[in-house]
Design a protein around this ligand. Sequence first.
Ligand SMILES: [Zn+2]
Length: 398
Amino acid sequence: MGVSGSGKTTVGSMLAARLGWQFIEGDDLHDPGCVAKMQNGIPLDDHDREPWISRLADVIRGVDAESVDAVLACSALRTTHRDRLRAAGDTRVVYLKADAPVLRRRLKDRSGHFMPASLLTSQMEALEEPVDALAVDAGQAPPAIVATVIDWLGFASRPVRPDGGLANPPLDGEAPDVRRWSVVMGLIDVSLPIREGMPQWPGDPPVRLRRALQLGKGDGVNLTALEMCAHAGTHIDAPLHFIASGADASDVRLDVLVGRAFVVDMAGCPLVDAARLERAGIPHEASRILLRTNNSIRGLLEATTFHDDFVGVSPDGAGWLIGRGIRLVGIDYLSIGPHEGGEETHRMLLQAGIVVVEGLVLAHVAPGAYQVVCLPLRLPGADGAPARVILVSGDMPS
Ligand SMILES: [Zn+2]
């Protein structure tokens, strides 16, 4: 979505080509009367847009019914328009955000399009910016925008060619169906795969996976034995981790582990302190926040060795979280506190009864509102527990 000139057709068709999805040009669904109006420089009103939005919703319904993946380019300037399109099927919204001078320049350079530049002002007025979409700077080169969108859709950690194309087809890998499904349904897995050699806190016992029984050796089944520290990979910290009389990992309340969560953009900050948190625009109603820091941008969780220069929350940051009534806080590396002085952060948060989730894979997740589902193993007596964590954008799948 975006106003005329923001590059919806260029970016949308390129994105569709990269993903092997269908491309649908929303402008093709305007009725001739509206096209004529626009050619004569007469702005469309909501009454004009009404049948068009209905047609677009029908298209989404049709595509959805056939289980076809598609990119639809349309302005969808109003919140009510987007709500109707979202209600028609499983959709994710990408907003190409551009300022008026850039748009004016582009529209002047463009021929063969029915929208004169004079209509731009009315479009800018009709525009209600989305809060729950991926907003991308439309001033960037289309391949860069396409790469960002592909990342956001969950096809992350995949090499992107300089021209924006994927080095591999997007749906390969070990479990293509699951991956495809999870993207289509707006489910994002933010858990780290558990494997030998994954980065762990220095000194922690390493992850061991071994086949105790093997079909190839004449056993009746394959049977894997797993040995790991409770703090390997994506996991929660229980109060018992730092507090001798604290609650253990089986004692965590489910209603804290599941519910509305905000992925907060902390890019560029070397330490998450109170001042940074204050400026981060965290909604007042937020009770669960997941911090997406430079750790994600640097791909630290995907590295094979431990890095001690990761970003963590300072003790005064922990104080800020406690003061704001946060009940769950997650971070994209193996400790909520920084390497130096992280103990105090842990103690403060755990003492306050805040659930700490560490080792979240957020590199492919856009900041914004989601539903989080965090399910740590039920381990009585343990000071932490490995967890499968997913984010759901939009409604839960039916
Ligand atoms: Zn831990």
